[in-house]
Design a protein around this ligand. Sequence first.
Ligand code: SF4
Ligand code: SF4
Ligand code: SF4
Ligand code: FES
Length: 947
Amino acid sequence: MTLIRELDTGTPIRVSDTIVTLTIDGQSVTVPRGTSVMAAAATIGTQVPKLCATDSLEPFGSCRLCIVQIEGRRGYPASCTTPAEEGLVVHTQNADIAKRRRGVMELYISDHPLNCLTCSANGDCELQDMAGKVGLREVRYGYDGANHLAAPTDESNPYFTFEASKCIACSRCVRACEDIQGTFALTMEGRGFASKISAGGTDFMGSECVSCGACVQACPTATLNEKSVIALGTPEYSVITTCAYCGVGCSFKAEMKGETVVRMVPYKDGKANAGHSCVKGRFAFGYATHRDRKTKPMIRAAITDPWQEVSWEQAIAHAASEFKRIQGQYGRDSVGGITSSRCTNEETFLVQKLIRGAFGNNNVDTCARVCHSPTGYGLSATLGTSAGTQDFASVDHSDVILVIGANPTDGHPVFASRMKRRLRAGARLIVADPRRIDLVRSPHIEAQHHLPLLPGTNVALLNAMAHVVVTEGLIAEDYVRERCDLQEFESWARFIALEKNSPEATEALTGVPAAEVRAAARLFATGGNAAIYYGLGVTEHSQGTTTVMAMANLAMATGNIGKLGAGVNPLRGQNNVQGACDMGSFPHELTGYRHVSDDAAREMFESFWGVPISADPGLRIPNMLDDAVEGTFKALYIQGEDIAQSDPDTQHVTAGLRAMECIVVQDIFLNETAKYAHVFLPGSSFLEKDGTFTNAERRINRVRKVMSPLGGLADWEATVALSNALGFPMSYSHPSEIMDEIARLTPSFAGVSYAKLEAEGSLQWPCNEAAPLGTPMMHVDRFVRGKGRFMLTEFVPTEERTGALFPLILTTGRILSQYNVGAQTRRTENSRWHEEDMLDIHPFDAESRGVQDGDLVALESRSGDIALRARISERMQPGVVYTTFHHAKTGANVITTDFSDWATNCPEYKVTAVQVRRTNRPSDWQARFFDEDISLTRIAAPLDAAE
Ligand code: SF4
Ligand code: SF4
Ligand code: SF4
Ligand code: FES
């Protein structure tokens, strides 16, 4: 295994319909027009020396190391800023050029510490490489004059240092922060010799920096360097894998020393991220080897007993005998399981296979239940498939972007950077969100329209926009006539044209001025390619599914599906939530979204697995918990999910868990749900196994093992062992064989194999005979369901109402540095950015309650109460408060209710009526939490130690 070093062409290779042919060092080379001479040379293997250029950035032309000679032209042009032109004859090397380059290098090195041998970047430094490449042998100027060698080092960022004495002022970092990340945290201060990089006049930690690592990646010296490299030394080999955090699915090179990850470097050929990253994937991987990892299987008779460490064989045998006993005693349907959107497709597939094959029921559900299940239902009903319509690159062609119920800069940061690039290039933006999220106004970006709707009124707002489209004659008539069901369209158009759906009539519901809605709707319908991007602010409502349908209606009515720059695009939360849904994790669906009542689909599985499959949909997570409280549901196998923290109405969830007789938790940490478990199986992190994740653009990416499972078994191996112990044999020697089975049983995956993934890098489903290399964009000539179906989207207010007792609306979300329940990110330095969950409250609401910034406040709803600190924020609108749910001890879901989406039971996390008042103590639930954190997690001394 070797360290993968991707080719750096110095400047981007352009895309153009026109090509030019030139001669470089006697070789003919043909490139798209607009490509630089430097990049053209790189394509034939000629690396022109360079320092200020790198191919992720536009050329800058400051270092003058890349000079060349061009026949017929005077002087020595910089090859990075000189475009390749037809017929140019270029010389990249001769004695004259070499002398000038040495002169340039001499100047750089005369102001650079000469400690290469002990430098953390020794062997991985472009300055060092270039000094060698240009043949620098001496520095005539000495080191006594004015220099920057005593410049201080900024260690404030937890993951990288800024060693200013090594800076060569090439400004690659500044440009990376601007062009790639779009944060504009860095500037080049001063001029000439006095030039220096500044993080806005403060240190990195105190600046606008979001720690994405783009500047570190771009820096050609050790000035910006990972602390892990400084601590561990330069890596020895790399393995390409996929981030295990969000649904963007960034590709990374895990750069390794033995079985230790030295750093995660974003992979340039990664189709989802093209070499960019965010703070989580780039730096927050330390949780994988955190001391809290539980690596021994454990069992206990009652949750009040201490855990007893046992062998894998004992744990699996105990779990299997409990499941058998319970099914014997209470019936086949008294047990079930939950698959994980954190685990691989292959692992998820096996868990649902175990439930269907070994348990003999369809009681399988997944955490998508609580996030994007309305996406599946809504898009399937209108368009015919349960997934987003575009790839990420499509946004490069958008003219208008509607972001609704999503906060991409925090939730999907790498995609947000791409979107921001498009916005800086001129696309126009509509943000529909109760909060003033970053996108509303950030450097060089300002939304044309911010529609600050009241939580719970998405459908009313989208209906109002559609009303404008219909009543002002903005329908894409040809498109609708050709591609949509006309009867359904006409009935929808009549409904949407009703006065009750007008912006004026809905203003009282949404709180958004009618004129703003009208202007936004006109822009969406007439501004060119219009794309919708949405998140959990759409789905986690009692009308989540209706909102998804309303977006599909709007997109179809304006002709914005099936072409570049358009589409209805869910920003999926977890790394493999798309995959978990694809893999048959829902109680009513087999893989590829085929209903369990579909005889032909069931027959495929039955004949291959050799067991009957129930034609009746099984229980959803909320039903399992309800039935547990009622006493009819008794046992649960939970892989990589923490429903005690993530699901709404915590007290109801824990009541359900407490009522069961056997809960098997398979996880990397002893999570909140494990407090109620009887068997604990050590899980494996994404670094410890092979498999695939499917991202928000339906892209199947490989996950590759870089270290042995700390607990001894990868998750899929544990599931195989459990299934075998239950008497339903499974036998696989590698996850590739599981994928072969998935492909055999799932038409949309029929063309997927590990061999093809190796060859192509990634594949977007459907991938089958009709689309052997996958499908970047869906619904191109016709909708998957045939004719696009407009659905009636009557606005029905949530039953969760504000009133005198609970006058405010609480909405929840997440922030950049933390991830969901925080199990991973809380165990990394990311906690430096978010040590606790806070309550954001508008100054007006704070003042009327006597609440000051930083005060401890009680947050009360009809479900329960918690205490947390208040942060006064003008991002909020009066009447709406906001918090995150990253810390178990906060208990944000103690507050949320069990109202849910009418179609899918997706919980209504985004609307809870609450009251806020000052307090001086934790809530009763929080006090109990701290007690149970000790009493329900005790581990007995190993038997041999006790003897
Ligand atoms: S880490 Fe990212 S945000 Fe921070 S300065 Fe570097 S490029 Fe900018
Ligand atoms: S920190 Fe690195 S990238 Fe930035 S100017 Fe200095 S040497 Fe160049
Ligand atoms: S954007 Fe998402 S997938 Fe990419 S590095 Fe960040 S968390 Fe990982
Ligand atoms: S690499 Fe061309 S001027 Fe620096």
